[in-house]
Ligand binder design. Structure first.
Ligand SMILES: Cc1ncc(COP(=O)(O)O)c(C=O)c1O
Length: 433
């Protein structure tokens, strides 16, 4: 076994902190919650990454979700290589974007149109603007622990006594978000329809949209019941508000299409990102023509983008979707997920466990009920995950550097990768016992 060194990573990090705020281009990459310094990747293939010091890891972060086929899937790479000499971006129309929009429309019931953008954040921003344009209302309801990108309106936390206040909006969680803007977003806890009913009873005529991930995966994996999602559908329909399912993570993750279909609930708008771009920057807003047609140039709601629907992202996305349209991909992902759960159940350490849906796994290292809302997550579970993080890194397992994040499996992972992960966790756990 080679020794673990990180001389090159440390040198790069020292340069990075001088040139990039915090040394990172997205805060989740900093090792703030697990301690220590980030690792610098040099190459990746399948389920594996190699860092600049030559350390090899099995990657369970997988760029936070897009890489459902693993890193640099050969068919995706071939599609991008074939496209690159024909143009990196046109800023004009091309056949690929039509094929992508048609593929997305075909994958979601009730969808008739898609607008392509370059990130999940942009997709969500556009969906909210559309909802406000369609309803003429201003307020947005989101849920505590839901992350929907870094647009101003969504960087909020709940204030107290929201529902009964004349001005029910929340506080910003980020400097730079004006309180007037944060005040237009309301944040309520998940898994409680009564608070949503109460909010709509008091302010229903002012609410443009309710936005949530139908399977919330940004603050643990807070699985909501189908009845809860159906309840949100009923309430929004009754009050003329739009229901937006943010499927940036869940789109094409659990099946070919969205999680909403699995739950039997059809939202008004769906936002997509991650998997649809196959590892390249791509997002989308999908929905019925009556709402999507409000977008410029046909309608009054403005949205634009220099690189929107660029041919390279489309090539990577279409090559990914083509492979996912074969149901064996999802059968394999489910098999791997079930295997991980089965192996974890046999370590003899009762708290070494988690919540899994398909190929998404949230390590929840505590006993007792697994939370379905953000405020009931055990601090012990967080401490254990963090305390084990660097052992896992040294053992060759790159996990998302936060206990609140989920692990992603890909078709490139093997049972042996999962055996190794569980063995390393079990060994790390022994040191904490
Ligand atoms: C559910 C959800 N929505 C939106 C976003 C924002 O997407 P992006 O990072 O591509 O802007 C994310 C990112 O993690 C997400 O998980």
């Amino acid at each position: 076994m080679t020794t673990y060194t990180r001389t090159q990573s440390d040198q790069l990090y020292a340069r990075a902190v001088a040139a990039i705020p915090g040394g990172v281009n997205s805060p989740v990459r900093a090792f703030k919650s697990v301690g220590g310094k980030p690792v610098y990747f040099a190459s990746a293939q399948g389920a594996h990454v190699i860092d600049v010091d030559g350390n090899r890891y099995v990657d369970f972060c997988l760029s936070w979700g897009p890489l459902i086929l693993g890193h640099s899937d050969p068919q995706v790479v071939t599609a991008v290589q074939a496209m690159a000499p024909l143009g990196l971006t046109y800023g004009a129309c091309h056949a690929g974007e039509v094929a992508m929009a048609e593929a997305l429309v075909a994958a979601f019931p009730g969808a008739e149109m898609a607008r392509l953008v370059s990130s999940g954040t942009e997709a969500v921003m556009t969906a909210l603007r559309l909802a406000r344009g369609a309803t003429g209302r201003s307020l947005i309801l989101k849920f505590e622990g839901g992350y929907h990108g870094h647009a101003d309106a969504l960087l909020v936390k709940a204030g107290s006594g929201l529902i009964t206040l004349a001005d029910p909006g929340s506080e910003a969680t980020s400097a730079g978000v004006p309180k007037e803007m944060a005040g237009l977003t309301i944040a309520l806890p998940f898994a409680d329809l009564a608070v949503v009913e109460a909010l709509f009873a008091a302010h229903g005529e002012r609410i443009a949209a309710v936005i949530l991930e139908p399977l919330p995966a940004n603050n643990g994996l807070l699985v909501q019941t189908d009845a809860y999602l159906a309840g949100l559908r009923r309430i929004t329909l009754a009050h003329g508000a739009l229901l937006i399912f943010d499927e940036v993570i869940s789109g094409f993750r659990y099946q070919y299409g969205g999680y909403g279909q699995l739950a039997g609930v059809q939202p008004d708008l769906i936002t997509l990102g991650k998997i649809v771009g196959g590892g390249m920057p791509l997002g989308a807003i999908v929905g019925p023509a009556r709402i999507l047609s409000l977008l410029a140039p046909v309608g009054p709601v403005y949205q634009a983008g220099t690189l929107s629907g660029n041919p390279l992202s489309i090539a990577a996305g279409l090559a990914t979707l083509a492979q996912l349209s074969d149901p064996t991909a999802y059968r394999r992902l489910e098999q791997l997920g079930a295997y991980l759960e089965h192996r974890l159940a046999r370590t003899g350490i009762p708290w070494l466990r988690g919540r899994r849906v398909g190929s998404v796994f949230w390590p929840y290292f505590d006993v007792g009920p697994i939370p379905v809302r953000a405020d009931t997550i055990s601090p012990v579970a967080i401490q254990r995950f963090n305390g084990m993080y660097h052992h896992m890194l040294h053992a060759g397992y790159y996990l998302p550097p936060s206990a609140y994040e989920v692990l992603f499996l890909s078709t490139a992972h093997s049972e042996a990768d999962l055996d190794g992960l569980v063995a390393a966790w079990a060994q790390a756990a022994q040191q904490l016992l």
